[in-house]
Design a protein around this ligand. Structure first.
Ligand SMILES: [Zn+2]
Ligand SMILES: [Zn+2]
Length: 397
């Protein structure tokens, strides 16, 4: 592969940067949460149509697909960009802060959509030289609502079936000017669970006549962490986190029930199943010791994001060329992403683009009310994905 003949995506993105900023800030002002991205998807569909792409709307409810078919046959390359905002009240003082009360683009999906439309714009100029098809997919409801699933169920991975798939995330834990990419598991399998512990309510002054689920819960909460340290191979990484514990109504009443909500993360689906088997065993047996019973309910399981070697090598090559080897970070994240479902079907690569700039106050974590990112990250994102994708459809590759 000779890279000289590929477009210079950094230059192309720099030339479009003012336009990108305007587009990103417009998305930012009007955030829409999962499956409600109506205005957002209208703008995307219209932009893709204006560029001459073949556009399909309503894929997985509010999703949009744009096909850019090259002059010659070749591989089908899927690029996925997520569209949804979060139910968060924006706390930044940016002049482009959210105008939709209680909703905010606090995960940079506004930047992702902008990069997707920019890539569509750049690549549409090269259509006559292209051998292959680019499938731009704009996905609703990435934030735990199953948008990827909805699009897959609606046939997004057929007609045409992609040969390779890419997605990226602007990431504020990473410095601007860096790219994080790794082969194999890149993000964790994730699930959430509700563990209910049933006892028998009673008076706080007569505990012997009740069965106290709070006492049982205390032991179970402590013991669950021993699964991480005693049942998991030390070479593996897993997390069991409890985020919500609810019980009781007042100080002198032993309640009937304690409800615990938590999340499990791992890089392998096999380990994931083992964790749940142990959570249930541990909770059931400890509860029995206190004469309590338990019920375990698990919901919204997301597969691990696993990158394939070949497409990942292309992203790495592009990143090294664009930001220098010293700025390419080889690391995985315990966060999760429903792109994992698509990468189960299609080999591909999911990577991260640094968006942090402490001097400008862009150092808040994702999903924080003051979250924002350095918009120049979008140039790196367009350049990295563009270069990787062009290596498949331009220049005889
Ligand atoms: Zn997010
Ligand atoms: Zn996100």
């Amino acid at each position: 592969m000779s890279s000289q003949a590929l477009p210079n995506f950094t230059q192309e993105a720099q030339a479009l940067f003012p336009e990108m900023i305007a587009l990103r800030r417009d998305f930012h002002r009007y955030p829409e949460i999962g499956f409600q991205e109506h205005r957002t998807s209208r703008i995307i569909a219209q932009s893709l149509q204006e560029l001459g792409l073949e556009v399909q709307t309503g894929v997985g409810q509010t999703g949009v697909v744009g096909l850019l078919t090259g002059a010659n046959p070749g591989p089908v390359v899927l690029m996925r960009f997520d569209m949804d905002a979060l139910p968060i009240q924006e706390g930044t003082r940016a002049e482009y802060a959210s105008l939709n009360k209680g909703m905010m683009h606090a995960c940079a999906h506004d930047g992702h959509m902008t990069m997707g439309l920019t890539l569509a714009k750049i690549m549409s100029k090269y259509r006559d030289q292209m051998a292959g098809t680019l499938k731009f997919i704009f996905q609703p409801a990435e934030e735990g609502l199953g948008g990827a699933f909805a699009m897959i169920a609606d046939g997004v991975l057929e007609n045409p079936t992609p040969d390779v798939a890419f997605a990226m995330h602007i990431w504020t834990p990473l410095e601007l000017g860096t790219v994080q990419v790794t082969t194999g598991p890149a993000m964790a399998a994730s699930s959430i669970f509700t563990l209910t512990i049933h006892g028998r309510g009673g008076h706080g002054a007569a505990p012997h006549e009740a069965v106290d689920p709070i006492l049982a819960a205390g032991h179970i909460i402590s013991a669950l962490q021993s699964i991480v340290s005693r049942n998991v191979d030390p070479q593996e990484s897993v997390v069991i986190s409890l985020g919500q514990v609810q019980a009781g109504t007042t100080f002198n009443v032993i309640p009937e029930v304690v409800e615990i909500k938590g999340t499990v993360r791992s890089y392998s689906n096999e380990v994931h199943r083992m964790l749940y088997r142990r959570i249930l065993e541990m909770a059931r047996n400890l509860a029995a010791g206190f004469n309590c019973t338990v019920a375990l309910e698990t919901i919204a399981i997301v597969a691990a994001v696993v990158n394939s070697p070949e497409p990942t090598a292309r992203v790495m090559e592009a990143a090294v060329q664009l930001v220098g080897a010293e700025n390419v970070i080889n690391k995985r994240e315990m966060a999760s992403e429903d792109m994992g479902y698509m990468l189960e079907e299609v080999p591909g690569c999911y990577f991260f683009i640094g968006g942090r700039n402490e001097a400008k106050g862009f150092n808040f974590p994702h999903h924080h009310p003051q979250f924002d990112f350095d918009e120049r990250a979008m140039i790196h994102g367009v350049a990295t994905m563009g270069t990787a994708v062009a290596s498949y459809v331009l220049n005889g590759n």
